[in-house]
Design a protein around this ligand. Structure first.
Ligand code: TRP
Ligand code: ZN
Length: 469
């Protein structure tokens, strides 16, 4: 029920609603310009939930020119007179909602759309945005570069964490709104365009190659990627624990073909180890994208196939593959919950080490506790569940101290119960979203005889270095 209707008696309000519907409806309100993320208040938009993105793009590397349409299928969560999409830069040429031209305006990253006809709560509606221009490289609050990165090889790489995907397509750019995607990209013949999911089609006509990538499973926009350039594609399969043959599609730039061999060979083993440790692999395909060393300042766990700037070592490969379960399948509800991504991905590295002849997780934990601040100056600068600002969501406390929280839980429940707990967590929120409260209450329910209060108080939320290891 809308706010205005609540003020009048039920019968009157029903009549009023009827009258308003009859004359086209004027009781909708605009959707919010953000979803109140504590770190990125303008990220995402209120009033609707995206179900599907169909991107149809054309890129010319020489001019760095992108042109295309984004067809966004969404469900209205309220009566909507207007709604926002997030888009940074680029020129919007035209917007249609439900097949009719819509008015639109821009305000910073907000693309404000006023549909010709108001949208009703519960209605599924289609928005088409026609846009073009040179996509921007954005600088994160922490100084790293994301969005659209032109590469040394004359191509481009799209990386979206936390808010970079709005540099190449309009959408609801917040991790809480996951959707399925069809990404079509045309590039000059001889150039590859690699994205998420499966390659449904690839066709060359008139000097251009059109790729169609499809993701069946829901994906947060920050996990979408596009790698355009000179890549060699490697296809194989890996047999999952459930006995299915998971397609592997990896892409490697020529300069990394030698160094990347080890990672390509190691990948099936990492996927199978991940299944043993975290539960069934959550997606319908896998692989890696190995870009040039200088093409990005960091690796990213883009869904189905993470991106690496240069061939990764085993630790980094394990980290990004672990994110397929932690971050990609179980996605943070907001950017505050980042430690659920990075703590788990870091702990995955510790577990891998422990099980492959390296230090035990206990030894890694102890070394960090005893002299972690020598290596990471900021290790104790804030608690993992409360990063000290948007510039700090990828700082060490989110990673290492997040992993320490998980190790404390393991110490409390024991190895076997911890394993079950982790597998239960990935099963419970598979393809969904979860926040820190979901996690702590899940842990408490899983082991009702244990007292986790000191762990939450000292390790998850406590300022400074906890007094006892
Ligand atoms: N998620 C990446 C990783 O750990 C790191 C990263 C890249 C990141 N860009 C970011 C983290 C932006 C937070 C914000 O593999
Ligand atoms: Zn990570």
């Amino acid at each position: 029920m809308s706010r205005t209707a609540a003020a009048v008696p039920a019968v009157l309000s029903a009549l009023l609603a009827l009258a308003l519907t009859a004359c086209g409806g004027v009781d909708g309100t605009p959707g919010g310009p953000g979803v109140r993320d504590p770190y990125f208040p303008k990220a995402g938009n209120g009033g609707y939930d995206v179900r599907h993105y169909a991107l149809d793009l054309s890129y010319n590397p020489a001019e760095r020119h992108l042109a295309g349409t984004a067809e966004i299928t969404a469900r209205a969560g309220q009566d909507l007179s207007a709604f926002d999409l997030d888009l940074s830069g680029l020129d919007v040429d035209r917007v249609e909602v439900e097949g009719r031209p819509a008015r639109f305006s821009r305000n910073g990253q907000e693309l404000i759309v006023r549909p010709h006809d108001e949208l009703d709560a519960g209605e599924t509606f289609r928005t088409v945005v026609h846009y073009s221009g040179t996509p921007r490289t954005l600088t994160d609050p922490d100084g790293s570069e994301e969005g659209w990165l032109p590469t040394a090889g004359g191509g481009a790489l799209a990386l979206g964490e936390p808010t970079g995907s709005m540099a190449w397509f309009p959408g609801n750019h917040h991790p809480s709104d996951k959707a399925a995607y069809d990404i079509r990209v045309s590039v000059p013949e001889g150039t590859e365009a690699v994205s998420n999911g499966e390659l449904a089609e690839r066709r060359t006509t008139g000097g251009r190659t059109a790729f169609h990538w499809r993701t069946a499973e829901p994906m947060a926009t920050y996990l979408a990627t596009l790698a355009i350039g000179d890549y060699t594609l490697h296809r194989s399969t890996v047999r999952t624990a459930a006995g299915r043959d998971l397609p592997v599609l990896s892409a490697v730039v020529p300069s990394e073909s030698g160094p990347a061999e080890e990672a390509l060979e190691r990948l099936p083993e990492v996927v199978r180890w991940g299944e043993d440790t975290f539960g069934p692999y959550p997606f319908s395909s896998t692989g890696v994208i190995v870009a040039g060393e200088g093409d990005a300042g960091y690796a990213l766990e883009t869904q189905y196939r993470p991106v690496f700037p240069g061939a990764p070592g085993t630790g980094l490969l394990v980290h990004e593959m672990a994110h397929q379960w932690f971050g990609d399948s179980v996605t943070p509800e907001s950017w505050r919950d980042m430690w659920l991504n990075e703590g788990f991905a870091t702990y995955a590295e510790w577990l891998w080490e422990e099980e492959h002849g390296g230090d035990s997780a206990q030894e890694t934990f102890d070394a960090l506790y005893d002299h972690g601040e020598d290596e990471y100056e900021d290790l104790w600068s804030f608690p993992p569940a409360e990063p000290s600002g948007a510039a700090h969501i990828s700082d060490e406390p989110v990673y290492s101290r997040g992993a320490m929280v998980l190790h404390k839980i393991r110490q409390t429940v024991g190895d076997t119960a911890f394993r079950d707990l982790v597998r239960g967590w990935t099963a419970k929120h598979r393809h969904g979203n979860a926040d820190t409260d979901d996690f702590t209450s899940y842990v408490e329910r899983t082991a009702p005889d244990e007292d986790f209060t000191p762990i939450w108080r000292d390790w998850l939320y406590g300022e400074g270095k906890p007094e006892h290891p």
